[in-house]
Design a protein around this ligand. Sequence first.
Ligand SMILES: Cc1cc2nc3c(=O)[nH]c(=O)nc-3n(C[C@H](O)[C@H](O)[C@H](O)COP(=O)(O)OP(=O)(O)OC[C@H]3O[C@@H](n4cnc5c(N)ncnc54)[C@H](O)[C@@H]3O)c2cc1C
Length: 299
Amino acid sequence: MAANSASSQLHRYRSLFGDRLQENVTLANYTTARVGGKADALLIAHTTDELAGTVHTLWESDLSFYILGAGSNVLVSDQGVRGLVIVNRARNIRVDTHINPPTVRAESPGTVGGAVYGNAGAYGSDVQHDLVLAEILHRSLGKQTWTCSQMEYGYRTSILKRQPGQAIILAATFALHHGSPEDVKARMESLSSQRRRTQPPGASMGSMFKNPPGDYAGRLIEAAGLKGTRVGGVEISTVHANFFINYENATATDYYKLIQYTQETVFQKFGIRLELEVELLGDWTISSVNPFRNGKNGS
Ligand SMILES: Cc1cc2nc3c(=O)[nH]c(=O)nc-3n(C[C@H](O)[C@H](O)[C@H](O)COP(=O)(O)OP(=O)(O)OC[C@H]3O[C@@H](n4cnc5c(N)ncnc54)[C@H](O)[C@@H]3O)c2cc1C
């Protein structure tokens, strides 16, 4: 974006949102990997009404924006994001046990919005398995309540993800399954301990790559001998090779170089092109990154 149009856009954000607008905000503080440069402007939405109102105003004014939940599935460029980032903090939850099946309706804070958007999943299940309704605000259709099939889910994708910028998620209702408190507690503990056993602690975005059909990205990266590989402040976890850990002041460029190196190495060894599960967000002038030309563990 040219400097002039960027400053006139900022001026328009200011006139629409006044004191609510924060400027020049470091996005590393809003992502779980703790990397990312500055957004020109940032707004926090505390309720779904505030979120819907903000987005409605922006669409009416034909101004662009990017929405973040917990920032747990995005890699934000070191150059940051031109324009406005909305951080969604709406977090009411309501359980309805008087219907069959019982349901839970959750507003879309980190990480429900991102999960419904990207069909998050683990241990043989995913959002599409239990989603009953998604409440969305659509750019041309207004407020809508969509069924699960209208979301057109696929592996880590949905119609909203395939058509970015057309709609945001305000809340979602999920079906609950009957179980005694003891059974539920035991299942939660078992899944948590499985995670603790198989996944590393530390700042990351969870799985870096999607699993290719019939295989696991983590298995391929490990078989390529890449566990423990470091670039700058990022390391491929020695616990789970699909987790890239920010172990020491990593930059987004470190991440990007390690992503490129991993893709190239896995492709050379197994002929499989790993596809990113995380989204690259912001200003990525990829050619300036010169991805991993300095060799393993270079920077
Ligand atoms: C340690 C760790 C473990 C993880 N484990 C898993 C796992 O087991 N399975 C899995 O699937 N994922 C996993 N993840 C990834 C991530 O947590 C999920 O995908 C999560 O649902 C993303 O939600 P978010 O709010 O952080 O999304 P963000 O990263 O903030 O955003 C991701 C995308 O969703 C969009 N988005 C966010 N909110 C909305 C909204 N309200 N409306 C429209 N679009 C929206 C954003 O614009 C962006 O394009 C893990 C991440 C970490 C850090």
